[in-house]
Design a protein around this ligand. Structure first.
Ligand SMILES: Nc1ncnc2c1ncn2[C@@H]1O[C@H](COP(=O)(O)OP(=O)(O)OP(=O)(O)O)[C@@H](O)[C@H]1O
Ligand SMILES: O=C(O)C1=C[C@@H](O)[C@@H](O)[C@H](O)C1
Length: 171
């Protein structure tokens, strides 16, 4: 979900593990040479989602990488086959915390709304069952630093891997 810390925590996680870090939004912006907002405005959400799937397909072949995805990656069933190439982590932050973090942010077109709390609540509720398909769910509390959250993830990875061994990749 937007603003839960995927990019911030993902970078910390990658550093601690000695992995590379990628962000699907950033990759999309590089490929399209446009911002996410510009893509939404010029071509619409559907074209953005297609680009997102293409980028995810490429990133999912990489090994030793932490990948922060856009919060809407869960919407397309096809994306799940790519997500399942890795270990999927859901950062489950409460709406008031996301509101606090994103109040001043204008980069997310789905949040162009007069009532951020209502919009985020609706979005989260419509996606909750999809996010719940993740391999690991972490409840995000306001006072936890990105490093502390990354440490918790690292501690819990061995247990998750017992029920989901990650297949070797080609690259
Ligand atoms: N643990 C944290 N403590 C304090 N601030 C945080 C924490 N995690 C993220 N933030 C802040 O919250 C904002 C959103 O974080 P971030 O961009 O990492 O979220 P995201 O899940 O990647 O969002 P999106 O998917 O919409 O790009 C940023 O300003 C970031 O600095
Ligand atoms: O949750 C979403 O649907 C989105 C999240 C952002 O990271 C971007 O991928 C885009 O703004 C859409």
């Amino acid at each position: 979900m937007m603003g839960t810390g995927k990019t911030t925590v993902g970078k910390s996680l990658a550093k601690k593990l000695g992995y590379r870090f990628f962000d699907t939004d950033e990759s999309i912006e590089r490929v399209a040479n446009q911002t996410v907002r510009e893509i939404f405005e010029e071509y619409g959400e559907s074209d953005f989602r297609e680009l997102e799937t293409k980028v995810l397909a490429e990133l999912s072949t990489l090994t030793r990488s932490a990948i922060a995805t856009g919060g809407g990656i869960v919407l397309k069933p096809m994306n799940w086959s790519y997500l399942h190439q890795g270990l999927i982590i859901w950062l489950d932050a409460p709406v008031p915390l996301i509101v606090e973090r994103l109040r001043e942010d204008t980069t997310r077109p789905l949040l162009d709304t007069p009532n951020l709390t209502d919009t985020l609540t609706e979005l989260l509720e419509s996606r909750r069952n999809l996010y719940a398909q993740a391999d690991l769910r972490l409840e995000i509390e306001a006072d936890r630093t990105p490093d502390a959250i990354a440490d918790t993830i690292i501690k819990r990875i061995p247990t998750v891997l017992k029920s989901k061994p990650i297949p070797p990749s080609k690259s």
